[in-house]
Design a protein around this ligand. Sequence first.
Ligand SMILES: NC(=O)c1ccc[n+]([C@@H]2O[C@H](COP(=O)([O-])OP(=O)(O)OC[C@H]3O[C@@H](n4cnc5c(N)ncnc54)[C@H](OP(=O)(O)O)[C@@H]3O)[C@@H](O)[C@H]2O)c1
Length: 303
Amino acid sequence: MALLFVSSAERAAVWVSAFDAAGEKIIVGEEAVTDPAEITHLLCWTPPKDLQRYPNLRVVISAGAGVDQMPPLPEGVELVRAIDPGIEEMVRDWVVMATLMQHRAIPVYLARAQQGLWKPQPGRHAKNTRVGIMGMGRIGTLAAQTLGGMGFKVSGWSRSGRAVADVPVYGLQDLDVFLSQSDILICLLPLTTETRGILNADLFAKLPEGAALVHAGRGAQLDMQAMRDALDGGALSSAMLDVTNPEPLPADHWAWRDPRVIITPHIAAVTDHHAGSMHALEVIRATRDNRPLPGRVDQDRGY
Ligand SMILES: NC(=O)c1ccc[n+]([C@@H]2O[C@H](COP(=O)([O-])OP(=O)(O)OC[C@H]3O[C@@H](n4cnc5c(N)ncnc54)[C@H](OP(=O)(O)O)[C@@H]3O)[C@@H](O)[C@H]2O)c1
């Protein structure tokens, strides 16, 4: 078995040492492939156009935590996403920070600071703030546990409505009830056909008046104009976005200059090459042993 890493030698250095130490074969860059038949695993952001070149390809591993950038793969080729607890913890940290910032009205104080205005705002206890998390997967669950531990009233929403310890989780049909109790709405959904554009006017209208939005899922889930209308109309009071629509957000976009919106440029997590290589090695071993692949994506479901 061999992994083809579609990357540069510089980026792949950590990977090469990890694979050498584990006694597994790694080839960096398509131009270095001499025998396409030995490639069984491919690691990339998006695959090369001609996958037929690799007759024994079994698994494509996404370099990112999401797989929305992946085209359909040839029949029989498995898709795996990067699994890295470090990435999950970093996104959790960003989400907790964004939640606390909105809970403590930091967007309002940042705007007042611009005017040198010393003016307190009524405060609220965490126990009186309801946080709703869309997407109760690996990251949503971590965020729920941390925010719950801080005293927030946390609930979740997911496709299955599968229970998570101490957190009430609503299923698809209960979206409206879930939204009506989300003073701070966090989006941690994968981008799929169902979730594209889900943060729209209809959804914002179902939130408690003056709710706050925390978005760390994918940009294409958010209708930015609907968010602006919701901010103007009072359905939303503020928003913190790590992902935007489009991405990157053009320099002249209104959202950069709106004091109610705080944007970070998709930095909630950074790739850790060591963790990535450990995961890829585990995928290779699992393939060899016929075990379930860690991070396997259901390609019909899209996540
Ligand atoms: N900003 C960043 O830097 C950054 C970094 C990493 C990840 N992310 C984003 O975070 C997302 C979540 O990551 P994760 O590791 O937590 O994913 P995950 O473990 O696959 O969890 C996904 C969750 O979303 C739910 N879901 C999927 N489709 C749904 C739908 N149509 N309606 C309702 N719920 C739905 C799933 O429901 P079930 O529980 O029923 O399956 C699951 O709870 C990633 O896909 C990516 O978009 C962002």
